[in-house]
Write a protein that binds this ligand. Structure first.
Ligand SMILES: NC(=O)c1ccc[n+]([C@@H]2O[C@H](COP(=O)([O-])OP(=O)(O)OC[C@H]3O[C@@H](n4cnc5c(N)ncnc54)[C@H](O)[C@@H]3O)[C@@H](O)[C@H]2O)c1
Length: 284
């Protein structure tokens, strides 16, 4: 058993907002902390809208939606997380920002609380150094976007993560309605270690003129039963994020085979970042 009732979430953006929503709907008392008041407001508004829509579509009763709404609190004070049994961090993908937060958090949380990060590429072992002798209670919980829809949580063990912490977090993830799968802390974990080189190879295939981008995607969709082609997926993730994750893997796995494709880097230089700039591989 996970023995957790109160879930803290740091960051109310795309991922943190989704994690908080899932925790609240799954029956956990949830507190979301963000330094940005307008991000918190936006997150709260989105939760109201999504819960109302779930009731409208008959996916949830009005009582359950009201109860979920009451279970989620929004705050701009870190101290409000003090009673959390676990805090899941989902702020910007910067090791220094995350480490500062976890250091502050370690003087706020109880001795038994678990520290979790939703980082997609930063070393869990490295982040865990920020909580001193409590690194055995530090772990990665890698959720996927959009969190309420995607079933997977990749649970990442740092070098010092205890077996008990892993078991508690696997069990908590299941209680949040997810399928939790453990992995160890190597750059890219399992998901990006396999996905990103495939995306990178799609850019090489395009760069070398093997096929047009839309044909590359069509072949991978129809031939491999992928729901989205690799180039369309790269636009969705953000081409800058793809380059960043390849860089982290090239450095962390100490192997040049993970270097980002020159064409992928060139599109980023040109400001073509994908869906978020309305132009990446494709135009939107
Ligand atoms: N977007 C994805 O597809 C995805 C998938 C898996 C993991 N992740 C990881 O999740 C994390 C968050 O990504 P996102 O897409 O939700 O980002 P986002 O920009 O949507 O949200 C980040 C939020 O963190 C807040 N924040 C920044 N610094 C803070 C601080 N010091 N204290 C409290 N709040 C702070 C910001 O105000 C913002 O609301 C990143 O580590 C990212 O790598 C993202």
């Amino acid at each position: 058993m996970h023995g957790m009732e109160r879930v803290g979430v740091i960051g109310s953006g795309q991922m943190g907002g989704g994690i908080a929503q899932v925790a609240g709907v799954s029956g956990f008392d949830t507190v979301v902390f963000d330094v940005n008041a307008s991000a918190l407001d936006k997150c709260k508004g989105l939760h109201q809208k999504l819960l109302a829509r779930a009731v409208e579509k008959g996916r949830m009763s009005q009582d359950d939606a009201d109860a979920a709404r009451k279970r989620i609190a929004y705050t701009d004070e870190l101290g409000a997380l003090r009673d959390s049994d676990i805090v899941i961090e989902a702020v910007v993908e910067r090791a220094d920002v995350k480490k500062d937060l976890f250091k502050d958090l370690s003087s706020v949380l109880s001795e038994t609380a678990v520290f979790a990060s939703n980082t997609s590429s930063i070393s869990i072992t490295d982040l865990a150094t920020s909580v001193g002798d409590r690194a055995d209670r530090f772990i990665g919980m890698h959720f996927f976007n959009p969190v309420p829809v995607m079933k997977l949580v990749e649970v990442i063990n740092g070098l010092a993560t205890s077996r008990e912490t892993t078991d508690r977090v696997l069990s908590l993830s299941e209680a949040m309605g997810k399928t939790a799968v453990p992995a160890n802390d190597r750059a890219g974990f399992v998901s990006n270690r396999i996905l990103m080189p495939m995306i990178n190879e799609a850019f090489y295939t395009w760069m070398e003129g093997v096929a047009e981008p839309e044909h590359i995607d069509e072949i991978m969709k129809l031939g491999m039963a992928h729901p989205m082609g690799p180039l369309r997926l790269a636009d969705f993730i953000g081409l800058d994020t793809c380059v960043h994750i390849m860089d982290v893997m090239a450095e962390g796995l100490n192997n040049p085979r993970y270097r980002a494709c020159p064409l992928l880097k060139q599109l980023v230089t040109a400001g073509r970042l994908g869906d978020k700039t309305k132009h990446g591989v494709f135009k939107y």
